[in-house]
Ligand binder design. Structure first.
Ligand code: ATP
Ligand code: MG
Length: 566
């Protein structure tokens, strides 16, 4: 894995592309595409493919990248998915201009190409059913057997194929197959199916067609029709490349180069649309955009910035062998970006009341707070301070152990942007739980420094009880407890690894009043607590925030530990 984003070394795909441009292959054009099947929402793995194909186009002068829906399977595909995919690719920041295409727009042309193959004696109509086709196919160690229909005449094939299209035969009763070689060492080359009969209403072509092209047949044609130069896909298609090439060679049409790379796998994450759909359908998550989902819309709702996702895709690089990336790296890229871009605010998630006994009742001061220490241009804001405050429950201990420097009886600490305060008294309820603290403040320390130079060991965040707004805060943990969700005992599936504590809801939390009209998806750093964003469920009546990620950078820790070992 390449984790060094400053390296200038090109990955193997960019090397191929650069070489082709240098040699003026395809007249020096670079034209890629991203071809999702609209049968689910995009996930972070797709983001890798998107950033690769759109990225390579953007890096080359005049380079183009198409967005193409591979909508050849009418059964699982839906308009909802198409709309979500468009939204997600845009959100990631990529632009296909006017080149949004649908494989279904090429059905007529694909049909004509199939007729050409039949005329060349390179395709035939086969009446074997699916089981028989499988039996005749042979195995990796045994050659297949020719279908008894393999030697039909061109005329008969043309007639049958026309009638397949006209709807004269029942579903699945016949297929069109390529005539290649039933003893080819690559099973994909053993007379693969090109068309099946299927009566299903297609979201775009309606009931116009009752035969639908298979992926291997369709995909290369789509690339060729769009004059794609580099058709970048994942490793599982490596064994399909000979077939991709065969079809295009037989047709003598424009021939893009297929290049395969390893798909992204992440720890604690499932990355298959089928499994993600299961989580949604079985209501194990709220929806496709549940902030625990690895979908792009889930990441967006969680508070990820597009830049963080793109930086991650750059960091992981591209290679040819499958591996699993530590999710801590994704979170590291997220923190890196959010640290630079998120305004800071003060909020209290687990409130503990503090009363400043010597602060005048009814008095309110507006104190200056820095919006983003990483970005001076972000400026300052005012936060109200008053006699009654909330601090974080865990910032106080009645009997502090060694190394606990925060508030404790008799101890003085700094309230950020405000004053030094000293804890004088602890009030408990009948159950013995601490319900409020009484403190005194030193008016001379306004702004957070003591004129006599005395030091305190801790700075706490706080909010003014009277001015703070109540909010619901949703904390998220990994969706799965096991690094590899597929690692299960016999008879169980990945869902047995779901983390029962992946969502924790806190109410009431208190946030500073500047958050009053915060728009959905706005990102903040809650000081000392982490990065948060406004959930779309948030209303003026009830603010709702998602914790995007905590401040603790486990990736940086791992890196440090590895360095120390060396
Ligand atoms: P899934 O296996 O999750 O259902 P898919 O491969 O069926 O995904 P497609 O819509 O066909 O989904 O994918 C569009 C493109 O995204 C393809 O080129 C595919 O190779 C690529 N892609 C899908 N998953 C990943 C991944 N985990 N990492 C990198 N690229 C991916
Ligand atoms: Mg697919």
């Amino acid at each position: 894995m390449n984790t060094n984003d400053t390296t200038n070394k090109l990955d193997f795909i960019r090397t191929i592309v650069a070489e082709d441009v240098k040699n003026n292959k395809n007249d020096g054009r670079v034209h890629t595409r991203f071809p999702p099947e609209p049968n689910g929402y995009l996930h972070i793995g797709h983001a890798k493919a998107i950033c690769l194909s759109f990225g390579i186009a953007a890096e080359n002068k005049g380079g183009l990248c198409n967005l193409r829906f591979d909508d050849t399977n009418p059964i699982k595909e839906e308009t909802e998915y198409i709309n979500s995919i468009i939204k997600d690719v845009k959100w990631l920041g990529w632009d296909w201009q006017d080149r949004l295409y649908y494989a279904s727009d090429y059905f007529e042309q694909m049909y004509d190409y199939a007729v050409q193959l039949i005329k060349k004696g390179k395709a035939y109509v086969c009446d074997l059913d699916a089981d028989k086709i499988r039996q005749y196919r042979g195995t990796l160690t045994e050659p297949g057997k020719n279908s008894p229909y393999r030697d039909r005449s061109v005329e008969e094939n043309l007639d049958l194929f026309t009638r397949m299209r006209e709807g004269q035969f029942p579903d699945a009763s016949r297929v069109l197959r390529a005539k290649i070689d039933m003893s080819h060492p690559n099973l994909n080359m053993r007379d693969p199916v090109m068309y099946r009969i299927l009566r299903a209403t297609h979201p775009r072509t309606g009931d116009k067609w009752c035969i639908y092209p298979m992926y291997d047949w369709a995909h290369g044609l789509e690339d060729s029709i769009e004059k794609i130069t580099h058709s970048i896909c994942t490793l599982e298609f490596e064994n399909h490349r000979p077939l991709y090439d065969w079809f295009l060679e037989q047709l003598e049409v424009f021939h893009p180069q297929q290049i395969e790379f390893a798909r992204l796998n992440l720890t604690y994450t499932v990355m298959s649309k089928r499994k993600l759909l299961q989580l949604v359908q079985e209501k194990l998550v709220k929806a496709w955009d549940d902030p625990r989902m690895p979908t792009i819309c889930g990441l967006r709702r969680r508070g990820y910035s597009p830049q963080a996702v793109r930086n991650f895709c750059t960091r992981i690089g591209v290679n040819k062998f499958n591996s699993t990336i530590d999710i801590a790296l994704l979170e590291h890229c997220l923190r890196e970006d959010l640290n630079k871009t998120s305004p800071r605010v003060m909020t209290v998630l687990h409130p503990l009341k503090v009363i400043i006994d010597n602060y005048p009742e009814g008095k309110v001061e507006q104190l200056d707070a820095v919006n983003n220490p990483e970005d001076p241009a972000a400026g300052m804001r005012k936060v109200p301070f008053s006699r009654e405050l909330y601090i974080e429950r865990e910032d106080f201990m009645e009997e502090p152990p060694k190394k606990f420097y925060r508030l404790a009886p008799g101890r003085e600490v700094r309230l950020r942007y405000a004053y030094f305060v000293t804890c004088k008294d602890v009030v408990k309820n009948d159950a013995g739980e601490i319900i409020e603290l009484h403190c005194t403040y030193d008016p001379a320390t306004r702004g957070g420094d003591a004129p006599d130079g005395r030091k305190v060991k801790a700075t706490l965040h706080w909010v003014s009880a009277e001015h703070a707004l109540q909010a619901e805060v949703r904390l998220y943990d990994h969706l799965f407890t096991n690094q590899n969700p597929e690692d299960v005992e016999e008879g169980l599936d990945f869902k047995s690894n779901l983390n029962p504590n992946s969502l924790e809801i806190l109410w009431p939390c208190y946030v500073e009043p500047t958050l009053k009209d915060a728009a959905p998806l706005t990102r903040y750093q809650f000081e000392r607590l982490g990065y948060f964003c406004v959930d779309p469920d948030s209303t003026n009546e009830k603010l709702v925030f998602n914790r995007t990620v905590s401040l603790r950078d486990t990736w940086a820790k791992i890196q440090k530990a590895q360095k120390n070992k060396k």
